[in-house]
Ligand binder design. Structure first.
Ligand code: PMP
Length: 360
């Protein structure tokens, strides 16, 4: 958007240059038939659960501020994921917790490439330097290079999304352990996709006081609630709590989260379906001519096409199916990311992709 007048232009000039230099995190808002671009859980809750949720929400006193620490929701999540509620901080999505970590520690912030874009965007917005380290073969971490760069740059925080977005793989335990053992920086292990891999660094929290674990309710069916969670050693939790905005989780999200998390069987069934759908989708995609599919421990699959991926993504969108175009120079050349949908959505995605590739 162009500024309207010289007066506005001058005002915009007052905004910190780091912010003006940023590119906004782009969300495609095109209305589509099948939305497979944002790692949402495609299943809604059964009618009886929705009714229960509605009656809980009716009682929420929205004239009052929410519980400032989200105690009850913390306890629900603690019981779901075997965390210590006293060592947890809730965020308005894990995005907010990423921001709190960078705000508290400051940079240099070290990130592997490619990874989740918000680590770099938020660091830049907060005027903190970013150091990047390319992922190695099979998109695993090159621990030696990463440790060296962290030392040389005096990195204060390292973000490791494992499983990683957008590559879909979980970083090898050996590489992560080597990094945890050989850096003085805080190591954030972002386990946003934990439920689809089932493997976690959480049991090692006592052993590594420099480790911070992030999780989110977004990928398991509650993206609209905006609830992320952080757990770390008491010293880190104490400091981060100082900069957390008061009342950052609204009362409707707190109440809905507590109510929804009571239905573990429903949630687990949806996750199992998505995992088995991922396997089916991967099997078909990895045999499809013109496509390389990367193994995934998440609720999405990274694809590389032999022809122009952006053209394919546009054609898919034209057919009413939205997937993420990651195409650009570098390691994601001709890459697309598809979220696992319902069985019907996945079949329709495969059918449409095949037609597009056949007629290219
Ligand atoms: N971490 C990773 C690795 C992600 O992929 C995402 C969402 N795409 C997030 C964090 C943010 O999740 P939320 O803010 O919805 O909790």
């Amino acid at each position: 958007m162009k500024p309207k007048s010289t007066k506005t232009a001058k005002l915009v000039g007052l905004i910190r240059p780091e912010v003006r230099a940023l590119k906004a995190y782009r969300v495609d808002e095109t209305p589509v038939r099948i939305k497979l671009d944002a790692m949402e859980n495609p299943f809604s809750l059964p009618g009886s659960v929705q009714k229960q949720l509605a009656s809980v929400l009716r009682e929420v006193k929205i004239n009052l501020y929410p519980d400032p620490s989200g105690k009850e929701l913390k306890e629900s999540i603690a019981s779901l994921w075997k965390m210590d509620p006293d060592l947890m901080i809730l965020g308005n999505g894990s995005d907010e917790l990423i921001q709190a970590i960078i705000l508290a520690f400051g940079g240099p912030v070290l990130v592997p490439v490619p990874t989740f874009a918000m680590y770099e965007i938020t660091s830049r917005a907060l005027a903190q330097p970013v150091v990047t380290v390319p992922l190695g073969e099979d998109f695993d971490l090159d621990a030696g290079t990463l440790i060296k760069k962290a030392r040389q740059s005096k990195a204060r925080v390292i973000f490791l999304a494992s499983p990683n977005n957008p590559t879909g793989n979980r970083f090898s335990d050996k590489a992560v352990k080597k990094i945890l053992d050989n850096t003085t920086a805080a190591v954030v292990i972002d386990e946003a996709y934990y439920s689809f891999s089932g493997k976690s660094w959480l049991p090692q929290l006592n052993k590594y006081p420099n480790m911070i674990i992030l999780r989110t309710l977004s990928k398991i069916g509650f993206a609209g609630l905006r609830v992320g969670v952080l757990t770390a050693s008491p010293g880190i939790v104490n400091e981060l709590n100082k900069i957390r905005l008061p009342y950052n989780i609204n009362s409707l999200s707190q109440a809905a989260g507590v109510s929804a998390l009571k239905h573990r069987t429903v949630i687990n069934r949806q996750i199992s379906t998505l995992i088995s759908e991922r396997k089916k989708l991967y099997n078909v995609l990895s045999r499809m001519p013109g496509i390389t599919a990367y193994p995934s421990e998440t609720n999405f699959i990274l694809l590389r096409t032999t022809s122009d991926a952006s053209v394919i993504q546009k054609k898919m969108k034209g057919a009413g199916i939205l997937i993420k175009d990651l195409n650009g120079p570098g390691p994601l050349k001709n890459c697309l990311r598809v979220t696992i949908g319902t069985p019907e959505e996945n079949r329709e995605f495969l059918r449409t992709l095949k037609t597009i590739l056949d007629t290219a």
